[in-house]
Design a protein. Structure first.
Length: 541
């Protein structure tokens, strides 16, 4: 049972991310919903997680699956209503689990009342809630591009003006320079706090200080001023967990965002490790070199130790499945999923588990019609426009598409994997008869069992939360090994990141150490089996 009163409880916590549309449908419309989540709380309590981050469940036209919010204070009817949310908060709390809401404060939907008003006339009180520039059709204010393709400016002929949108045209950016916008958002956050949520995840929050005239989005000139004000006016001092998503963070900035004085957020959610295998574009990945990954993780572990707090994750709703990406989703699926889990959960920070990751769920081979994500669909058109065949374009998309993360949760081997009694809004991963929660919970050797054990260890041994970090053999291309230390205690994490046996000598100080977790016991001296992972613990000689 998590004690949400305890100071900095989130440092000892493990957070589970739910993509509500794809978690559990309760009424047969093929779309996951809040009552569905309530139905699965016992599963989550069994796993042992402390809090659930729900991707947005607010009213939305769903152009970007809820990251386009049309009313921050209403639940989208497809997910249920406000009473369902209160039930979820209460039922989760009864199991020691907190609810984290996903706030998208950088932009709204173009169907938000504010934007509908804003585009009526230049002197409407809401006009200045968004970012406008005068212009002629076809003469864009500048050459900024939107993340999902096309220009970042869309023309409104009635006004003779362009509005700015970092994402889809249906996601106009809010004008944070306007104090009225900020006060509206703060008041809304305070009302959610009064509902008893455990905290917030803040979407692309490092973009709110943007200056489109300077062509700057992330880390804009007024960013820190806005972040500190947001904190003071809302969750500052409330002992909630707050997670700032910041693609553009480096270590010095992350220290500011997650400063131990609590002046901005509890922790940062940054992506340096997750773009190491990205080539010229997201759709052209290059092989990931293990030494580069280790170096990056080591820098962040050491750079934030005592000076900030990091999120630990391999997956979220924007990333392909880790076992298909860096593990082996064929013969070593189970072993590699465990190996990746051990590597991550041994680190300092707050671990995140994305729904299905605890089952070792894999990527899916989509056809174009199976894709649901606006980003994937636009990318397909772009790749075809560059002359790629359907087959080549789909191969590029399937490797990294966000849709991989968004297939419905496989609960069991019944029809539609127990996700829905109706027609699922998006195709299931066809592996569900083999990879599903019921099978994993029943199997003491499952990926699920390893995650459960890792969560329990973090609760039992403060060294997971507090220990410092030393990387071993940085140049080794197969083994990822490190030591954590806390006073007299030491912990060794050793993982073979390959499908071949690897040489590995246990450091002498761990000769008499106790294994906390072994994915392929009994251990052999001097080597690790393919994808084998171990954690050893020594309490001081
Ligand atoms: O993502 C931030 C973001 O920058 C991503 O759009 C990223 O560039 C993309 O996923 C790469 O493929 C957040 C949310 O996590 C994402 O789901 C939203 O689409 C986006 O913001 C807009 O709200
Ligand atoms: Ca439903």
């Amino acid at each position: 049972m998590t004690n949400f009163q305890e100071k900095d409880w989130w440092k000892r916590a493990v957070i589970y991310q739910i993509y509500p549309k794809s978690f559990q449908d309760s009424n047969g419309d093929g779309i996951g919903d809040l009552p569905g989540i309530v139905r699965r709380l016992d599963y989550l309590a069994e796993l042992g997680v402390d809090a659930l981050w729900l991707s947005p469940v607010f009213a939305s036209p769903q152009v970007d699956n809820g990251y386009d919010i049309s009313d921050y204070e209403a639940i989208d009817p497809m997910f249920g209503n406000m009473e369902d949310m209160r039930t979820l908060i209460r039922e989760a709390k009864a199991r020691g689990i907190g609810i984290i809401l996903d706030l998208v404060l950088n932009h709204t939907s173009d169907q938000h009342r504010w934007f509908l008003e804003a585009r009526r006339s230049k002197d409407n009180p809401c006009h200045d809630y968004y970012i406008w520039r005068d212009g002629e059709p076809g003469q864009l204010p500048n050459k900024m591009r939107a993340t999902f393709g096309g220009p970042a400016w869309t023309y409104v002929p009635e006004l003779g003006q362009y509005y700015f949108h970092q994402f889809a045209p249906q996601q106009p950016d809010l004008n944070w320079a306007n104090p009225a916008v900020r006060q509206e958002l703060y008041a809304m956050i305070r009302r959610w706090m009064a509902e008893g949520v455990a905290g917030f995840r803040l979407d692309v929050i490092d973009q709110i200080g943007k200056d489109p005239d300077l062509e700057v989005t992330a880390n804009g000139p007024r960013l820190l001023e806005f972040l500190r004000e947001l904190n003071r006016e809302t969750f500052g001092g409330a002992n909630l967990v707050t997670v700032g998503e910041a693609w553009g963070a480096n270590i010095p900035r992350a220290r500011v965002y997650s400063a131990p004085d609590g002046s901005i957020f509890s922790m940062v959610f940054q992506f340096e490790q997750m773009v190491l295998d990205q080539g010229a574009s997201k759709w052209e990945p290059k092989p990931m070199a293990l030494p580069a990954l280790k170096a990056s993780i080591a820098r962040w572990q050491q750079g934030l130790h005592g000076q900030g707090w990091n999120s630990l994750f391999w997956n979220n709703h924007d990333l392909p499945r880790i076992v298909s990406r860096w593990g082996d989703d064929g013969a070593y699926r189970v072993e590699s999923a465990k190996a990746l889990a051990v590597t991550l959960h041994g680190l300092q920070g707050t671990p995140y588990i994305y729904q299905g990751e605890e089952l070792g769920l894999t990527n899916t081979a989509f056809r174009y019609d199976d894709l649901r994500d606006v980003e994937s669909r636009n990318a397909y058109e772009e790749l075809r426009g560059k002359g790629l065949s359907d087959e080549k374009a789909m191969a590029a998309i399937n490797r990294v598409a966000r849709d991989n993360a968004r297939t419905p949760m496989p609960w069991d081997d019944s029809e539609n994997a127990g996700f829905t009694s109706g027609t699922p809004w998006m195709m299931l991963n066809p592996a569900y008869p083999r990879i599903n929660a019921a099978a994993a919970v029943a199997d003491p050797d499952s990926v699920f069992a390893t995650y459960k054990r890792l969560i329990a260890l973090r609760k039992q041994y403060p060294i997971f939360t507090e220990g410092d970090f030393t990387l071993l053999s940085p140049d080794d291309e197969q083994v990822f090994a490190y030591i954590r230390r806390r006073g007299e205690e030491a912990m060794l994490v050793a993982v073979n990141w390959s499908g071949k046996p690897a040489a590995f000598e246990t450091p002498a100080e761990f000769a008499a150490a106790r294994p906390l977790l072994e994915t392929q016991a009994p251990a052999e001296a001097g080597r690790l089996r393919p994808w084998e992972a171990r954690i050893l613990y020594a309490a001081g000689q």
